[in-house]
Design a protein around this ligand. Sequence first.
Ligand SMILES: O=C(O)C1=C[C@@H](OP(=O)(O)O)[C@@H](O)[C@H](O)C1
Ligand SMILES: C=C(OP(=O)(O)O)C(=O)O
Length: 413
Amino acid sequence: MASLRLPGSKSMTARALVLSALAGGPSTLAGPLRARDTELMAGALRALGAHMSIADDDRWLVRPHPLVGPAHVDVGLAGTIMRFVPPVAGLAEGRITFDGDPQARTRPLGPLIGALRSLGVRIETPATGTGSLPLTVFGAGRVTGGEVVIDASASSQLVSGLLLAAPRFDRGVVVRHVGPPVPSAPHLRMTVQMLRAAGAAVDDAMPDVWVVEPGPLAGRGWEIEPDLSGAVPFFAAALVTGGEVTLQGWPRSSAQPVEQLRSLLQRMGGDVTLTTEGLTVRGTGTVRGIDADLSDVSELTPALTALAMLADSPSRFSGVAHIRGHETDRITALAREFTALGADLTESEDGLEIRPRPLRGGTFRTYHDHRMAHAAAVAGLAVPGIELDDVSCTSKTMPEFPALWSAMVTGKS
Ligand SMILES: O=C(O)C1=C[C@@H](OP(=O)(O)O)[C@@H](O)[C@H](O)C1
Ligand SMILES: C=C(OP(=O)(O)O)C(=O)O
């Protein structure tokens, strides 16, 4: 039995920082995530002029300030920064350059660049550019805004980025998605919910259309929920071992996709309950294979794949073609690394088919991807001798992952 206190949600922390930097007065973030992605996000907004006090682990303070360049934004490997900050840079005055880790340069950004240009933002990319980093925004101090059509099938963040800055555009924004389905719908709902909490008028009643009216954003106190995605490998551990894992401090009502997760874990043989202590997952030690569309919770694919490999029947995961553009091509990376450990799994264009059979130990490459490390950790509960080539990638969203994991495994949490 383990009871864990996990850091705040990466997605909520990123949104709260952006909305706070664009607000008319100061804001606080209670329980923020301190990790590479969110520290770089705070650094990016600070480079644009916002005052960020983030020394205290439990409470960050943001004081908005007029946005100005010149500035350089290091996005690291964070999708949230490369998609949420260029629209903010358009509102700043001056030249703002963006770049990141080598793998960040392969992540899809073209639709956002095109959309921002059509909304009146001047952006330059190298002549050899392929619709990704590096790029330069020549901020004019204002963005006209208006209607824009975008294919956001590569990432919901392409829409979220436009929406978060849109109240500050002269005409707000109407975003229409055209193309294959936009993944990660719960993250879009989180964007809309947090915009409304900051006082923005948002209409998302029509499928694939989002309308944000121009208007002020209010500074406020943000309560950041514990990170549900970061909790999933720990919940998976409960299923694999037949144990019980509680995520402390879980709110009664959440902006994260807890119902989708509950349904998946229950179908795989777990029991999920919300008590006064938190969100508790119980396992029986038997894991069941499932056929599931993971598009709502695509970032959980690596941990769920590891779980499916330890199940008593095959699984098929679909709906996640776009995770080939996450920190690494997660479909290929999972297939390659688990096959090397003796697994029988095959890639499809939009997912994975997993036929469980005994695995052996060996080296598991993470490709700088924190969630690959989570997958290996889950598999390692049942298979001795799996060695990660690099565990430091977990600092992207949870630097304390290695310590928390070993505390759980050794019964100290
Ligand atoms: O907006 C966000 O905070 C996120 C949206 C999702 O991105 P995609 O839609 O690209 O999957 C998710 O996978 C990512 O980890 C965080
Ligand atoms: C896809 C992820 O991150 P990012 O915000 O960089 O897209 C993730 O955390 O699984």
